[in-house]
Design a protein around this ligand. Structure first.
Ligand SMILES: [Fe+2]
Length: 284
């Protein structure tokens, strides 16, 4: 097994191994690497759907085992980009976020694999919320130390992207109907590494003690600070067969645009968060 650190504050490329054939020692070693680097990239694994699910289970129980992230219908046709809720969800994914902050339990991580990729664009980016927190000014650290934000997928898709009512949408609108909206501290301590990190992103629409506009401005300010430093951000250009796993507790991610007339087929497995450490504070 060969491990090459990315030239960033996080991330490593891991090669010369076969993910479906790992023994228990290798699984434990990869879990440790994952905690250390937060993002592991495994080129040319060509996992089947069931191999992907089995690999993801090494990192914990699954929030859901496999979901296509794609602009292609089951019959192979390309989705109409203008008024298709699945395309709107793909566009929403292009804004920086952590997965499932809008659910009572935030996701622990995710496995993502590339099955069909466009000629150009469609990269996935990750940003290191540990390094970003450490890089904040003392004044900003003090300002946000005790602040908590509400995360709403209903808001981030419906109001921002004009998502239709879930009852008439082809998209399953997972997470739309959560009530109350989960409340999460802006600064969190990672349950396994003890490192402090930011929990921010596109689903924040309210912060306790602020107007909605002030809250959204602060969330945007933190995001721009965290996601504009080249040392803390990495965008991966996909090749068919690539697999990655990321730690959703300390990284944000985003998709990037591609020519939506071209097919892009990815599969996502989401690892369930710990019921205590990843619980929203108003669900404990
Ligand atoms: Fe996501």
């Amino acid at each position: 097994m060969k491990v090459e650190q990315l030239n960033r504050s996080f991330g490593a490329k891991v090669s010369e191994l076969s993910l479906p054939d790992l023994n228990q020692d290798e699984v434990q070693y990869i879990y440790k690497l994952w905690l250390q680097y937060a993002l592991l990239i495994f080129p040319q694994q060509n996992l089947t759907n069931s191999q992907q699910i089995e690999f993801a289970k090494n990192f914990g129980a699954l929030e859901f085992d496999l979901s296509p992230i794609s602009n292609v219908r089951n019959d192979g046709s390309i989705r109409d980009a203008n008024d298709d809720d699945i395309v709107k969800s793909l566009k929403g994914n292009m804004e920086w976020h952590h997965d499932s902050t809008y659910m009572p339990i935030q996701a622990k991580g995710a496995v993502f694999t590339a099955h069909k990729v466009p000629k150009k664009g469609g990269e996935t980016g990750w940003a290191d919320m540990r390094a970003a927190y450490e890089g904040l000014s003392l004044a900003m650290k003090e300002k946000i130390e005790d602040l908590s934000a509400f995360h709403s997928y209903e808001w981030s898709q419906k109001e921002r992207f004009g998502h239709k009512d879930p009852k008439v949408s082809e998209f399953n609108s997972y997470g739309f109907d959560i009530d109350p909206k989960p409340l999460r501290p802006l600064v969190k301590t990672h349950s396994e590494t003890g490192q402090k990190c930011l929990t921010i992103g596109r689903h924040i629409n309210k912060i306790e003690g602020m107007s909605d506009q002030e809250a959204q401005n602060l969330a945007k300010e933190l995001e721009e600070f965290a996601c504009s430093n080249e040392n803390w951000v990495y965008h991966h250009s996909w090749e068919v067969g690539d697999a990655v796993i990321w730690d959703n507790r300390c990284l944000m991610h985003q998709a990037t645009m591609w020519d939506l007339n071209e097919p892009r087929i990815m599969y996502h497995s989401r690892i369930e968060g710990d019921p205590i450490s990843e619980a929203a504070s108003n669900y404990l």
